[in-house]
Design a protein around this ligand. Structure first.
Ligand SMILES: Cc1cc2nc3c(=O)[nH]c(=O)nc-3n(C[C@H](O)[C@H](O)[C@H](O)COP(=O)(O)OP(=O)(O)OC[C@H]3O[C@@H](n4cnc5c(N)ncnc54)[C@H](O)[C@@H]3O)c2cc1C
Length: 452
C-alpha cells in the first residue's frame, strides 16, 4: 500500500486462495494456511499505530471501526503513578485486535488501493533472472518471478515478504546464487494460547505488564477487538512435563493458580487451547561481507528476520521495515540496482536491526533462566541489557520517567541499550533492583497442578 501510494505498480502474489471476508467474519471463516500463527494470540504495539498513522493514513480508524481496541496505557493509570500528562505521551496510543481481524481490515484496504493488485491462490514457484548468474563476476540479477502455474511476471524489484519460512533462499540457489546466509534455530519456546469474549464488550483488568515471567513459564494477557482477549502460557520446548498444557483442564488450572491473571479466565472461551512449537529465530544476510548475493530482490519483515514472539514485536517491526523500504525507494534506490542491496542492508540494520538483536538476546536469557529454574538453580547473567530490561519492564513504574522509559522499550520506540545510554536515566536503570518472583505457583506446585 505504501509503495502503490507512491506511484509504483505493485502486484502481491499470495499462495492462500481464500479472499478476505469482512472483519466480523474473519475469526470464524478465514482459512490462512500460509500463516501457521494465524489463530494464535497477537497484539499490536504502539509502534504499529505510530507507523500506520504516518504511512497509511486511515488504517487505524478502519481497525477501530472493526472493533479494535484503542487505548493509551498512560491515560489508564492514575496521575500519582504517571505524574499526569506529559508532552509526547500520545506516542503510546495503540490499536489492537485479533490477528484475523487485523488482517481482514488491512487486506480490505489493500484491495481498494489504486496501483495495487492482490492475486490470491497464486504461489510463486521460481525467480526470473536476466540470463546469467555470475556473469562478469556480478551477482545474479532477479528480474521477476514465475508462478507455480507457469506465468512469468516481470518486476523492477521483487520483495520477498513470504514469511519466516520463505522459500526464496532456495529459489535463489536454483538460479545460481549462493543465496543468503541464514542463521536459523528453534527459539526454544512453546505457546499455549486461548481467546475469550465478554458478554458486554468489557475487558479484564490488567495487573502488571502484559508479559510476565512466572517462574518456569511466562504468561501473556492480551486485549483484543470487540470485547475479546487472549491468554497465553509460554514454556520451554524442553519442558515435557508442561506439555499437559495442551489439555484445556490443565491449562485452565494453571492460569487459575496465578493471582495476577486468573480473572482473565472470566469470559466465554471462543476457541480451544491452540499450541505452536518449533518457532524459529531467523536472520538472513543478503549482503554478507559487503557482497550482495543477488540484485533485484530484497527480503522484508519475517522473510528477513524473526524472533520468539513473546514480546509481540513482529507486526510492528514488519511495518517499520516496510516504511524503511518506502523511504529508500523515495530516495531513488531503484535507479541504481547494483547498490540497492547494500543500501537495504544498511537501512534494515538502522531501522529494525537493534530491536531484533535485543529480542534475540532476551530470548536467550529467558530460556536459560527457565532451564535454570526447572533444574532448581538460580540464573545469574552478567549482561547489563538483560538486567536493565528485567528491572525496567518487570519491576513496574518506580517514577514517571522510568514508567515512560519502560513503555518506550515495550512499545518499541527505544531499545534497552538506548535507555542505558541516556545520560538522564542510564545510571538509574543500571542501579535498579532485579524484580523478585511474581506471586503464583512455584515449580513443584505447577507440576502437581498438571499432574506430573
Ligand atoms: C505464535 C506467534 C505469535 C505472534 N504474536 C505476535 C504479536 O502478538 N504481535 C506481533 O506483532 N507479532 C506477533 N507474531 C509475529 C507475526 O505473526 C509475524 O511477524 C508476521 O506475521 C510477519 O508478517 P509477514 O508478512 O512477514 O509474514 P506472514 O504473516 O508469515 O505472511 C507471509 C505470507 O506469504 C505467503 N507465502 C509464503 N510462501 C509463498 C509463495 N511461495 N508464494 C506466494 N505466497 C507465499 C503466505 O501464505 C503468507 O500469507 C507472532 C508470531 C507467532 C509465531
Amino acid at each position: 500500500m505504501m509503495l502503490a501510494d507512491d506511484g509504483h505498480q505493485v502486484t502481491v502474489l499470495e499462495r492462500d486462495p481464500q479472499p478476505p471476508p469482512g472483519p466480523e467474519q474473519a475469526w470464524d471463516s478465514w482459512a490462512r494456511r500460509g500463516v501457521n500463527q494465524f489463530r494464535l494470540p497477537h497484539f499490536l504495539l504502539a509502534r504499529f499505530r505510530s507507523v500506520a498513522d504516518a504511512e497509511l493514513p486511515g488504517l487505524v480508524d478502519a481497525l477501530a471501526a472493526a472493533g479494535a481496541m484503542r487505548a493509551n496505557p498512560i491515560t489508564r493509570m492514575p496521575d500519582d503513578v504517571t505524574g499526569g500528562p506529559w508532552p509526547g505521551d500520545d506516542r503510546f496510543e495503540l490499536v489492537t485486535a485479533r490477528r484475523p481481524v487485523v488482517e481482514a481490515v488491512v487486506a480490505g484496504r489493500a484491495g481498494a488501493t489504486d496501483g495495487l493488485t492482490v492475486r490470491r491462490g497464486c504461489p510463486v514457484g521460481a525467480l526470473r533472472t536476466d540470463g546469467g548468474p555470475g556473469r562478469s563476476g556480478r551477482p545474479v540479477h532477479v528480474t521477476g518471478v514465475v508462478t507455480e502455474a507457469g506465468e512469468a511476471i516481470a518486476a523492477d524489484l521483487v520483495i520477498d515478504c513470504s514469511g519466516r519460512r520463505t522459500g526464496v533462499p532456495a529459489l535463489l540457489r536454483a538460479i545460481g546464487s549462493a543465496g543468503p546466509i541464514e542463521e536459523t534455530h528453534d527459539s526454544g519456546f512453546v505457546y499455549y494460547g486461548r481467546h475469550f469474549r465478554s458478554d458486554d464488550g468489557s475487558l479484564p483488568r490488567q495487573v502488571g505488564p502484559g508479559l510476565q515471567a512466572q517462574g518456569s513459564v511466562s504468561t501473556l494477557t492480551l486485549p483484543g477487538d470487540n470485547g475479546t482477549w487472549a491468554v497465553v502460557v509460554v514454556t520451554s520446548g524442553t519442558d515435557r512435563a508442561l506439555r499437559a498444557l495442551r489439555r484445556v483442564d490443565a491449562w485452565e488450572q494453571v492460569v487459575r493458580a496465578m493471582p495476577r491473571i486468573a480473572h482473565w479466565l472470566d469470559g466465554e472461551p471462543i476457541d480451544e487451547v491452540t499450541t505452536i512449537a518449533n518457532i524459529e529465530d531467523v536472520r538472513r544476510h543478503y549482503v554478507p561481507e559487503g557482497q550482495p548475493v543477488a540484485t533485484g530482490i530484497v527480503p522484508l519483515a519475517d522473510a528477513w528476520s524473526c524472533t520468539n514472539p513473546s514480546l509481540g514485536r513482529g507486526l510492528s517491526l514488519g511495518l517499520a521495515h516496510a516504511a524503511a523500504l518506502r523511504s529508500m525507494l523515495r530516495q531513488g534506490a531503484l535507479d541504481e540496482p547494483g547498490l540497492l542491496p547494500g543500501r537495504w542492508a544498511d537501512a534494515t540494520a538502522a531501522s529494525t536491526g537493534p530491536y531484533v538483536d535485543e529480542t534475540l538476546r532476551f530470548d536467550g536469557h529467558r530460556l536459560a533462566e527457565i532451564e535454570a529454574i526447572i533444574g532448581g538453580r538460580s540464573y545469574e547473567a552478567d549482561d547489563p541489557v538483560w538486567s536493565g530490561y528485567k528491572s525496567l519492564v518487570a519491576s513496574g513504574p518506580a517514577t514517571p520517567e522510568l514508567l515512560r522509559a519502560s513503555l518506550d522499550v515495550t512499545m518499541l520506540f527505544r531499545t534497552v541499550g538506548d535507555v542505558l545510554a541516556d545520560p538522564d536515566l542510564g545510571a538509574t536503570v543500571a542501579g535498579l533492583e532485579n524484580p523478585g518472583p511474581v506471586d503464583g505457583p512455584d515449580r513443584s506446585e505447577l507440576l502437581s497442578i498438571v499432574g506430573s
